[in-house]
Design a protein around this ligand. Structure first.
Ligand SMILES: [Cu+2]
Length: 458
């Protein structure tokens, strides 16, 4: 067990002046653990007391409320089995915290003393590691190394001072392969003490996680090493992932943590960004450079920052194209160019009634409603205002709008493009005489100048 003595030893410098460290919470003092079962984004949770900050918005998630107890900010995580809707049409049996996977986002302020109760309702022992936080060694959450594993049914307490602001995460360091493959993870944001430091208007957070589901099943294979087939933002896939509504001119931060087993080059359309923060701290402005894609390595966090200066519906996705695809797309042969007639006949001999598909590419699969096993998502799906989007997995849309109210995170609907600013078809019949068509197909006046571009700045 942890003792007050080694807690103080490990953090004597950090806690200098904080003489009233109690360090010993009794069972009677365990605060209640809020739970939240819906996958819908909860509005940002402004702090009810203490230092003010701009709260984060967790995609398809929520922030864990805290309770003040003297000088301590107290949180209660409950590790437990959860049911998570991955997208409408697919539900998974996973493990998480407080009714959800990922668990709720923990938010606090640099200089806070936090006490985090962790109750284990899993069928096996667990622990919680505070990834990126600089804490006394005995609070680091590595089962067997820095503390006993938390037995089934028991509650452990973690206490530490948040000595640095930034973007972090929490996950078990017990039977890690199984527990992370089952969805045990959550975001942890420490806001700067000075609310003006690196202030943004909209601050989003989510974790990249991946699973291996056999079609028709709801329990992931936990021993999978490479062949994952459900690629998620916060255990959701497109079109189940929340959009990012942003007001034109807002300064935006998107905190992306990666707890999958591979890297993800995250790409944002329509904007140039810089990495403002990693799980190792703030990146000095002199060390930042412009990007449109940033690789988020395994076990790390990249927080990108930019000014949303271009109105529109901007795709935001992993650039590995298999990661914007769901389970059914991962084991298909390439049939491009195979004559469909003969293929259908041959297929009919071995599998009567089966469809040949993909002989001209796979785009038709975005619209085709082929029979799927129960609890299985189509490989690519989603419909926009111009037709099928043909995506799945790690894909969503940042919607930049002029008329959004501050603090409004509701989906504003599809972007209304200015007249003459959408890519258009030329009428092949009118040999060389291009006819401009507007989005709805009606011919329109060709603008004498190209549509107004937009300026990028930081
Ligand atoms: Cu990816």
């Amino acid at each position: 067990m942890l003792s007050r003595r080694n807690f103080l030893t490990g953090s004597a410098v950090a806690l200098a002046g904080a003489a009233s460290v109690s360090g010993r919470a009794g069972a009677a003092a365990i605060p209640e653990a809020p739970t939240y079962a819906s996958p819908a984004m909860q509005p940002p949770l402004p702090p009810p007391s203490g230092q003010a900050y701009q709260p984060v918005v967790t995609l398809n998630g929520w922030t864990l409320p805290f309770k003040m107890n003297g000088e301590w900010k107290e949180f209660h995580l409950v590790a437990e089995e959860v049911t998570r809707e991955i997208a409408p049409g697919m539900t998974a049996k996973l493990w998480g915290y407080n009714g959800q996977t990922p668990g709720p986002t923990i938010e606090a302020v640099e200089g806070d003393k936090v006490r985090i109760f962790v109750t284990n309702r899993l069928p096996e022992h667990t622990s919680v590691h505070w990834h990126g936080l600089l804490v006394p060694n005995g609070m680091d959450g590595v089962g067997g190394l820095t503390q006993p594993h938390i037995p089934v049914g028991k509650t452990f307490v973690y206490e530490f001072l948040l000595n640095r602001s930034g973007t972090f995460m929490y996950h078990p360091h017990s039977d890690e392969m199984v527990q992370m493959a089952m969805g045990m993870m959550g975001s942890l944001v420490v806001h700067p003490k000075d609310p003006a430091f690196r202030r943004v208007d909209r601050d989003f957070a989510f974790i990249l996680s991946a699973y291996r589901f056999d079609p028709g099943t709801s329990l992931p294979k936990v021993a999978e090493m490479t062949d994952f087939n459900i690629w998620t933002f916060n255990a959701r896939v497109f079109p189940g992932i929340d959009v990012l509504p942003v007001r034109l001119g807002d300064r935006v931060r998107i905190r992306i943590a990666n707890l999958t087993m591979t890297n993800h080059p995250m790409h944002l359309h329509g904007h140039h960004f810089a990495v403002g923060c990693t799980d190792g701290g703030w990146v000095p402005e002199s060390a930042q450079w412009p990007e449109t894609t940033i690789d988020v390595p395994v076990g790390s966090i990249r927080a990108i920052e930019f000014v949303a200066d271009a109105p529109g519906d901007w795709a935001f996705h992993c650039h590995k194209s298999h990661h914007t695809m769901n389970a059914m797309g991962h084991d298909l042969d390439n049939l491009i160019g195979v004559p469909e007639r003969g293929l259908s006949r041959a297929l009919d001999r071995v599998a009567p009634g089966a469809m040949a598909m993909g002989t001209t590419g796979m785009a038709d699969m975005g619209e085709m409603s082929m029979p799927l096993p129960p609890n299985t998502l189509p490989m690519m799906t989603g419909t926009g205002q111009f037709g099928p989007i043909e995506m799945g997995g790690m894909f969503t849309v940042m919607k930049v709008r002029e008329d959004l109210a501050a603090g409004d995170y509701r989906d504003p609907g599809w972007y209304k493009h200015p007249q003459g600013s959408v890519a258009y078809a030329v009428d092949a019949g009118s040999a060389g005489a291009a006819v401009r068509q507007s989005a709805d197909g009606a011919p329109s006046e060709a603008p004498s100048t190209p549509p107004q571009g937009h300026q990028h700045h930081h």
